[in-house]
Design a protein around this ligand. Sequence first.
Ligand code: SF4
Length: 352
Amino acid sequence: MHPLIIPLFIPHAGCPHACLYCNQRLTARETDDLPRPEQIRATVREWLRRSPGRSAEVAFFGGSFTLLPRERQERLLDAVQPLVDAGQLSGIRISTRPDGLDEAALAFLRDYRVRTVEIGVQSLDDEVLQRAGRGHRAAESCAAIGRVAGAGFHTGAQLLPGLPGDTPERSLASLAGVIGAGAQFVRIYPALVLTGTGLAQLHATGGWQPPSLDATVRLCARMLLLAAKAGIPVIRLGLQSDEGLVAGETVLAGPWHPALGQLARGELYFLLVCALAGGLAGAPEQVFCHPRRIADVVGHARRNLVRWHQRGLAVQRVLADAGLAPDELVVQSCGHRMSGSILTTLNDEEML
Ligand code: SF4
């Protein structure tokens, strides 16, 4: 089981930048104040109480942790050291910018037993980075990933496909680039137009249109496939829905959906059934999948069943088969069966 990740937001703290798309205060619903040590410990204990016996890591997200004044980093990390000593926390995670990860910063994090470092890469295309006002280039991100991974940290990269100047090909190249640089996991947050951001102004004046939800689902499906083929987990796809992220209020435009991850995973199973159906004499009546994948195969709001019917594929039932791997499906028609896997049957070149 994956460790429980206990998020502690330090929005915008330590960050001297103003990226075009960023409104950390809004998405994290916090103030500029850092959480106090007793608040941190109380939050951790409450999460642990709700998930007894589960391995847990505390995560300082938002802002740019290593760009905080050192004394403030110490205060945050000191607060959780007793919980690490007591075995209540198995690790500490932080997120930060690529240009906040020099050797001194890494030595400091190691001293405080930080295990996981998530790097806000967003894109590996210099034009996209420049238009987003990131203030660093792609080469710095790749170097930071290599340095962090080389220093023994569990290393993640956050990507933001769909920014101005981005294309599906550039997003895929960014994903391939962070994997090639040594990222061990990724998070994918398609760009959204949030209130109070430069992107909102650009959008309001007609200077840019975000990609559609359908196009984003297709792109994210392909990114999932590329990562899966490389053996790299995508631990998050899309911003979480919470009270601070409301379509039409805080999210002005862009491909936001509360179940974006399921839509993208469902797209892969949709395409796999279509591909396998071509090898059957008749339309597939039944589809078998791993028990934990039924919801993804059926699709959000039964979307895949509807789309298969529109294509003349009259899938009647999706059934569990514990003998199948999560990436595998079997389709059946009149006693004939075809099996395949997302990883080996789908051709990611043909998916956009
Ligand atoms: S570096 Fe991060 S916190 Fe700072 S403005 Fe950019 S996205 Fe926001």
